[in-house]
Design a protein around this ligand. Structure first.
Ligand SMILES: Nc1nc2c(ncn2[C@@H]2O[C@H](COP(=O)(O)OP(=O)(O)O)[C@@H](O)[C@H]2O)c(=O)[nH]1
Ligand SMILES: [Mg+2]
Length: 226
């Protein structure tokens, strides 16, 4: 499954991914202010119940919007980080958030973070929600990538939400593990659509394909996390 971590500059995207994968890749460059900025993307992975979850970080600079769209392609969920200690960054955050909403379909879940709660005077998550007009039913977590506050909860909640979105499909897949022809019929796809569909599920690590025997197996770790 693919999750994209986004938000304005220096809000904690790379730190969030590093929390789950200390070997995460980060393509960054030192700017004139001597700070490091992610120019390409971050890439990390974490295994939950034996199931692979890939975390992609987007660059935070506004002018990198093409790169953000590329990273968003095929994502199953989004973690959007606000910097609770720096309200002046919200404006850029909202511009990025709106471009994300345009780039992904409406059923892709987004979970919000009000990060840097360890800093004195950081805004409460409900203040961040209100100041950015996030709807009442959105989930926003107070977090700190420094202390680790709530980070595991954030990922668990999002992975569960993604799982629920896929659960009826997963049930169907389990029934047809040895019968790709039957699955093709059930999903009303042609052969080429079916091949792309199965390859895509394999890339996301939902299934393991056995091409020689024309069968597949749904990954075992794929269940609700508790
Ligand atoms: N105090 C505090 N600093 C943080 C937190 N998260 C990130 N930072 C700091 O903010 C800066 C930017 O973090 P980084 O993860 O690179 O942000 P990115 O630009 O969004 O990838 C770094 O100096 C981090 O150490 C946090 O939760 N609390
Ligand atoms: Mg970064």
């Amino acid at each position: 499954m693919k999750i994209v971590v986004s938000g304005p500059l220096q809000c904690g995207k790379s730190s969030f991914i590093k929390h789950f994968d200390e070997n995460a890749l980060n393509i960054e460059a030192k700017a004139r202010d001597n700070k490091l900025y992610t120019v390409g993307m971050d890439l990390g992975s974490v295994t939950l119940n034996g199931f692979d979850v890939f975390l992609f970080g987007t660059p935070g600079l506004l002018r990198f919007n093409v790169m953000r769209d590329v990273v968003l392609r095929g994502t199953d969920g989004v973690i959007f980080i606000f910097d609770a200690a720096h309200p002046e960054k919200d404006e850029d955050g909202i511009i990025i958030l709106n471009s994300i909403r345009k780039a992904i379909s409406q059923d892709i879940p987004i979970i919000f973070l009000a990060n840097k709660q360890d800093i004195a005077g950081a805004r409460h998550s409900e203040v961040v929600r209100a100041q950015n007009y996030l709807p009442e039913d959105t989930v926003i977590f107070p977090t700190s990538t420094r202390t680790g506050e709530n980070l595991d909860n954030v990922l668990k909640q999002l992975v569960n939400q993604i799982y629920e979105n896929y659960s009826s499909l997963i049930e169907i897949l389990r029934t047809y593990e040895n019968n790709i022809e039957g699955l093709t019929e059930k999903l009303k796809k042609n052969t080429i659509e079916m091949r792309d569909f199965l390859n895509n599920l394999e890339i996301k690590r939902f299934i393991e394909l056995d091409r020689a025997n024309r069968t597949f197996k749904v990954k075992e770790g794929l269940k609700l996390l508790i």
